[in-house]
Write a protein of this length. Structure first.
Lengths: 357, 357, 357, 357
């Protein structure tokens, strides 16, 4: 109800502030009897972790997850899975200079107005640090729904765009470059761009493309809880995301129906896949693909004008650590949320008994 | 749970098929003591109604709503509001030719696969006819939250695009042209384009822009139930919608932070509004604006290839009635869902006691 | 959220006032492909109907349900089922004398205080007339979960109590007497008692026992959504209910563990069934049984002291129609809610695919 | 959805097994700006703690709560409150003898059947150890809703019953005796009875009465989410509870309406309070009171017959630590759940802005 829970059947509830003692969460509704590979969970966390490469923020966090319940003898028990990730490198003092200041395009001002009591340390609850919890849950969801393959990659940074469609790319390239771009040539240019932007103390936006393969026909509920509507909610709910488009997306608005319609072939597949694998809010068995738009990070290493708590004009100093481009670290978050949505919808359609153990 | 309910505090549950006896719904959580103007509700329904102009489908439906409960002596009682809209012009026979056929880019195939039992008459539950119920609930939400002004308009049809920003437009123009475009000059070109497309038996997509004014600071819950995440779910949940972007949206992905950040001014407003009125998932008091992408309608008056129930290749004949462009009729639906989301979030923040009666 | 919806997977949302145009509801989450026997639904409604015998209220209502959606060619489609029951005998004038008066032990006063705007006609939303909608949904739930047998009967009226346990009784006797008591001898005494109470213009309470047979092991979720907790919520949510006890119930509070524990036998059944078929909130495969306590009806044909809207002392006149004992009509309501709860829990454990069609 | 969350507005999600690393939870929806007295929270935990007196189990647990988020500078921030309680004295080895055995009237058998993978250590998730988390949330709810006074006490153990009504008792006596009985004379007899039962290796049930004072008129939603229905769900959801009755409860079933009805007095109070403060599911401003029936604890220090995993007859040895009577430790749990329900309902009626800070 108050916004810290995602999902109806596979439910993740998270807690924790950027600079509190720990972040963590509870996963409810996970089917019993699933063998969990803890290394895979840590692998996903490491992909999101700060300090993993030179183009991301240099804050150091171990990001080690400690499971407290719901797993016994290596398998899920069907009861709620509690977990925490301690904050080991939370330098609250770094934030003393913004204690009474509202940073532009951060949530400082709206939190203070909404709650009247703000945890100013590193953004508190509004910090993207919380997304580590989503990565944990997503890594579990991935292991529950083994038949699905969820892959995200950076498809644009600023004006640099991968023009090849997803099926023309080699997904094994993604983890080979620090940008997590599926096109190794453009990846190099992107890395250079991010370094330049970082040197400028500035930030830059971009697009992540997500592809879900191996989806059965029939996932998604009609009317309000459509598969694409749920994916949209999950993606727009990621920090810095400002847009989403499915299949041909905004380009489809310029097409005619005779051009956009996907002819159905014998066997139920479609000749084209302009719909992006979802028709009437329900998966049609084709690959699902969508683009997620990230705005440039709000934290800059440049001075900016703003106001303080007393409604006085102030200069917000550009100092501390920042991500010049969040996209490389956001790739596992997009995959995590997509996995959670797919599992949630799968459970609605097939039930816990429908899970292959 | 099964997808026919939207909202947590102001809840709409709908039922009904395109060619069943009636469609309808239940609105729960509406504050008590609100005087309802029934003409305003019918006005919104009439804007969505088929047959309202030459550029929309010529199916004739009275679309008269009958309220069965929750309103007494002209005011809401605080209990659930039940309503129905009878289907008066549901020619089921029109659909005999598609009884065993799956129309391309319609939900026929996925419904049959999902449920194993399909109401083939006019799309059944997947028909956009259901959206009339959302318009009813939206028209009530609008009357509850009087201080907000929700305005939607067609901002592009195919390649024809309104280039002026929303604050440069005169919203009183919207209802003066059948396209519901806020720019009267482009509206004429759009109308011509739709007529041409219709003559071709084809269809065309476009974009609706929605603007919400008078929003207090602090609406939206952090993390998952962000205001933009909820608006995204509500919009992607409208038939034929394939994308959404807030504020600068996809354009923001090509911007630098120093360009995109909205400097905060004394008083709490921002110098620019690239964020589109939502920061960290919470309203910041500036105008909210977003674009919604509609694909071209799937129904064509052209023959198309597809398959039937027996998995045999068939020709789907182009006949019957259709909307060459759904956008003019979708404008009130976008406004309705936006109003419902805003009221739902308002109730979370201020409670029922916070409603001005 | 606002209280007019029951269930998470099989969801019933109801609307309607005692003396409005109609009552009705929406059932969401019903599995597709279930053949529905409409006569069975009407049969259950007739058991709840006023005027069915001399010992119940003489208000005449046809109580005919009209289904508007979700059923096609005699089978459920998996989409939401909308239905209405018109109010044909709502004599609002009967209530003019209580327009400004709060009847003792009715909801008049609390509704007025809560909502500030009260539908005074026959109790409005607080009337037990709303339970007809629950009976409709329950009659559908019964048909979905064919392997379960849900049976309720009157086990006490005032001081007259059936002392035999449920398994010593012949359930085929229940429908043979107007009281719906499973013991035909005590039924006669009960009928006499109700007639005497009615003649006095008074009312009387009693107990309904409910038995659920054929339950698989494993229904119910641990911790909060226990099977017994959900049944308790559903039963206490019925008008006039003031208590519930499972298995040995309050008598168990006076027992020792060595006496109360149910020894487990080879095969998993238990030697005794003091638990009433639910252990740790989860069904153990034994018969579920529980008692539901009904207070005497608040409406009397006697004058009573109370206050009016202006906070002045008034006499509430005893006139109109009333049930001297609601229990005979409440039997199908108890069965309906029990069936809804069981199906809801069944769907959590086995999913829609687990339903036998 | 999967049962580990209680509440809609003030939500508690718990995790943790009796003998896992830790138990804990997340509280969502707590209003911001509430000063929390940590000692009061620990005080409530200490009331539930094992080893607190000679008549309860001698397992030693520090039961110290560690808050990880949602509280900053001593006040709630409005974001989710995460907390854990480490299990410091979980002797898993104590349970090796029941690893493959199903203890009578415990949840061992149903968990194994339901999940196919059971955490056998001390009951795992079905252990009442989980209720410590409810006590934490309840202690916070109590501090949010300061105007309410929630008091529970033991009103019967076995055949020993407090016959005085709650308003004839001195609540300051409750904490003065280890039984937590409000009548000091009967408390002594109860203590003796529990000691005797314990010496026998047996257990005994009883009743806890809960009284809620200072309740405003209007809490509770009509139809399904009635205040009494929610309290019933919350109470039956406590381990070992088998029944609940509000106001006169089961005794009301033997009364006539003319005797049971509560005459309304000038000012809106009632002459009698047979209803127990709830009419039509909504609080009427009078004291709320209800009785909760606890069965005798299932764990005995006597040998019992049962079966093992291989469906073979076995003897379950009576050894280890146990509570001969859980009621003294259950008093704070009843208060906690009552407080949570009341706050949840209060937030529905008045919103977060209605909370006095």
């Amino acid at each position: 109800m108050a916004g810290n829970t995602y999902g109806k059947r596979f439910q993740l509830t998270t807690f924790g502030e950027s600079h509190g003692e720990a972040i963590g969460g509870v996963i409810d509704g996970c089917p019993a009897g699933i063998s969990l590979d803890m290394d895979l969970i840590q692998f996903e966390l490491d992909r999101r972790k700060p300090g993993q490469s030179k183009i991301v923020t240099q804050r150091k966090e171990a990001d080690e997850v400690r499971f407290l319940s719901g797993i016994f003898e290596g398998k899920t028990t069907g009861t709620s899975i509690g977990f925490i990730i301690e904050n080991t490198n939370s330098k609250s003092k770094d934030y003393d200079h913004i204690k009474d200041i509202y940073r532009p395009s951060h949530a400082d001002y709206v939190y203070d107005q909404k709650y009247g009591h703000r945890d100013y340390r590193g953004g508190g609850r509004s910090s993207a640090r919380e997304t580590a919890c989503r990565v944990v849950a997503g890594a579990i969801a991935k292991q529950v729904l083994k038949e699905l393959k969820v892959t995200a990659y950076v498809s644009s940074v600023g004006d640099l765009t991968v023009t090849k469609l997803y099926h023309e790319l080699d997904f094994s390239e993604i983890e080979k470059n620090p940008v997590r771009c599926a096109d190794p040539v453009i990846a190099i240019a992107m890395e250079d761009l991010i370094k330049t932007v970082k040197k400028d103390g500035d930030s830059i936006g971009g697009v992540i493309t997500c592809v879900i393969q191996g989806v059965p026909v029939g996932l998604g509920e009609p009317v309000f809880d459509r598969l694409d509507a749920e994916l949209a909610k999950a993606m727009i709910g990621i920090n810095a995301v400002k847009g989403i488009e499915f299949g041909r997306g905004f380009a489809a608005t310029r097409m005619r129906g005779s051009e956009h319609n996907d002819e159905i072939l014998v066997g139920g597949t479609t000749k084209t896949n302009n719909a992006g694998g979802i028709v009437g809010g329900i998966s049609n068995g084709m690959d699902i693909y969508f683009n997620v738009a990230f705005k440039p990070t709000a934290t800059l290493m440049k001075d900016q004008m703003s106001i303080n708590k007393n409604n006085e004009e102030v200069i917000v100093q550009g100092k501390g650590r920042h991500d010049a481009c969040v996209l490389p670290r956001a790739v596992p978050i997009v995959e995590a949320m997509a996995s959670i949505v797919m599992l949630d919808m799968y459970l609605e359609q097939y039930g816990k008994q429908g899970i292959d153990k």
